[in-house]
Design a protein around this ligand. Structure first.
Ligand SMILES: Cc1ncc(COP(=O)(O)O)c(C=O)c1O
Length: 388
C-alpha cells in the first residue's frame, strides 16, 4: 500500500479558481501569471540558440554565460559578490530552488519558520524533508490605509534549538509588502544571536514601486553569508512557463544545494539559458519592469476606489489586496466563489495562503488581485466590479 507523503495536499486554490474562472467565462485575476508574451527579442534569441546547436545537456549548475550575467547583476544592483563558478546555480524555476534549499538544509525533526500568509510550495517542501513548519503570522491590517507588517519579536521568539531555516519572501506574495532598512538591521541582530540559515525568495525583486531600491538580503554581507537567495526569470521576463530561476549562496551552501539539484533535475533547458544570458546583458530589460507594473498597479488601485472594495497599496509584486467587508461578510473562499459565478471576475482568497484557511486569523475579508494583465482586461474587470 502507498503511504502518502503529503496526505493533506490537494488541488491548489490557484488551479481551482482558474478552472472556475474558465468554466464561468470570468476574467481571471486570480493566478499569478502575466497575460502578455515575452519580448520578441528574447524569443528570437531562443530560436537562435536552438539553431546554433545548444540542444543537449548543458553544464549541471547552469551555462557559464548565464551564471556570469547573474553574478554581474547581483554585484551591480546589490553590491553582492557571488562567484559564478561555485556560488550561482541555475534552477528549474524558483520552485526547484526552494525545494533544493530545503532538502539540502533540513533534516528529520528540524524546524523551519515560515511567515503566514505564505507561498504554497514552502510547507510541502519542508514536510518532504521531514521538517516541521513553524508558522508565524504577519500582522493583518486593522484600519483603512494599513497593510500587513512583520512582528520580528514573534519571529525571534519562534526560534528554538531545532530551528534550521527561516523562509523570507520579499517583495511578498500575496501582501505586496517589502522589507525596509530597519528590517534588515533587526534580521542582522537575529542572525548574530541564533545559528540559523535563511531562504530568501526574491522572485519579485524587480517589481518594487515608487522608485525605491529593492533591499535584497544579498546586499548585507552578514546576512548573505547565511542565505540562499532565490529568484526567477519567469516573473521578470514574462516567461513563467519556461521555469528558469536561480540560487545564489556562499560556496559551502551552494555545494550542498548542487548535490540535490544534480539528482533532482540535473540541469535546466539549454536554449533558454543561452537566450536569457544574452537578453539580460541589456539591464533595461529588467530595470524598467517596476515602472511597467506600477502603471498597472495605479490603474487597478484607482479603479477599485470606484467600487465598494477597499484596495491596499502594494510596495511591490504584481499583486494587490483589497478588503470586501462593505460588500459581504462571507468567508473569503465563499466570497471569491460567488464573485466568479455572479460577477465573472476570478480572484484568490488570502486565506488560501494560511495553513488553516478556515481559521479566524486567516479570514480578514481580503482578496488578492493579480494585475499582470493588459489594461483592457483590468478595465473590463473594474467595470464588472463597479456594477456590484
Ligand atoms: C513567492 C513565489 N515564489 C516562488 C514562485 C515560483 O516561481 P517559479 O515559477 O520560478 O518556480 C512564485 C510563483 O508564483 C512565487 O509567487
Amino acid at each position: 500500500m502507498l503511504n502518502s507523503k503529503l496526505p493533506d495536499v490537494g488541488t491548489t486554490i490557484f488551479t481551482i479558481m482558474s478552472q472556475l474562472s474558465a468554466e464561468q467565462k470570468a476574467i481571471n485575476l486570480g493566478q499569478g501569471f502575466p497575460e502578455f508574451n515575452p519580448d520578441e527579442k528574447l524569443i528570437a534569441l531562443v530560436d537562435k540558440a536552438m539553431k546554433d546547436g545548444y540542444n543537449q545537456y548543458p553544464y549541471m549548475p547552469g551555462v557559464a554565460p548565464l551564471r556570469e550575467e547573474i553574478a554581474l547583476k547581483m554585484s551591480t544592483l546589490y553590491a553582492a559578490k557571488y562567484d559564478p563558478l561555485t556560488e550561482i546555480t541555475v534552477t528549474n524555476g524558483a520552485t526547484e530552488a526552494i525545494m533544493a534549499t530545503i532538502l539540502a538544509t533540513v533534516s528529520v525533526g528540524d524546524e523551519v519558520i515560515v511567515l503566514e500568509p505564505c507561498y504554497d510550495s514552502y510547507v510541502p517542501s519542508i514536510r518532504l524533508a521531514g521538517g516541521t513548519p513553524i508558522f508565524v503570522p504577519l500582522t493583518a491590517p486593522k484600519n483603512e490605509g494599513e497593510s500587513f507588517s512583520i512582528d520580528w519579536e514573534r519571529v525571534e521568539s519562534a526560534i528554538t534549538e531545532k530551528t534550521k531555516l527561516l523562509i523570507l519572501n520579499f517583495p511578498h506574495n500575496p501582501t505586496g509588502i517589502t522589507l525596509k532598512e530597519n528590517d534588515l538591521n533587526i534580521l542582522e541582530g537575529i542572525l548574530d544571536k541564533h545559528n540559523i540559515l535563511i531562504l530568501a525568495d526574491e522572485v519579485y525583486e524587480h517589481i518594487v514601486f515608487n522608485n525605491k531600491p529593492f533591499l535584497s538580503l544579498s546586499s548585507r554581507p552578514a546576512i548573505s553569508a547565511k542565505t540562499f537567495v532565490i529568484s526567477s526569470f519567469g516573473k521578470t521576463f514574462h516567461t513563467t512557463g519556461w521555469k528558469v530561476g536561480y540560487c545564489c549562496a556562499p560556496k559551502a551552501l551552494s555545494n550542498e544545494f548542487r548535490k540535490i539539484h544534480q539528482f533532482m533535475v540535473f540541469t535546466v533547458c539549454s536554449p533558454m539559458q543561452y537566450a536569457l544570458a544574452e537578453f539580460m546583458k541589456d539591464s533595461s530589460t529588467y530595470i524598467n519592469l517596476a515602472s511597467f507594473y506600477q502603471e498597472k498597479h495605479e490603474l487597478l488601485y484607482n479603479g477599485l476606489l470606484k467600487t465598494k472594495f477597499k484596495p491596499i497599496r502594494s510596495d511591490g509584486t504584481f499583486f494587490l489586496l483589497a478588503n470586501y467587508s462593505d460588500i459581504s461578510r462571507q468567508s473569503e473562499y465563499d466570497f471569491v466563489t460567488e464573485l466568479t459565478k455572479k460577477h465573472k471576475v476570478g480572484l484568490i482568497p488570502v486565506s488560501a495562503f494560511y495553513k488553516d484557511s478556515t481559521s479566524e486569523e486567516a479570514n480578514n475579508y481580503l482578496v488578492r488581485f493579480c494585475f499582470a494583465k493588459y489594461d483592457a482586461t483590468l478595465n473590463e474587470a473594474i467595470n464588472r466590479l463597479i456594477a456590484i
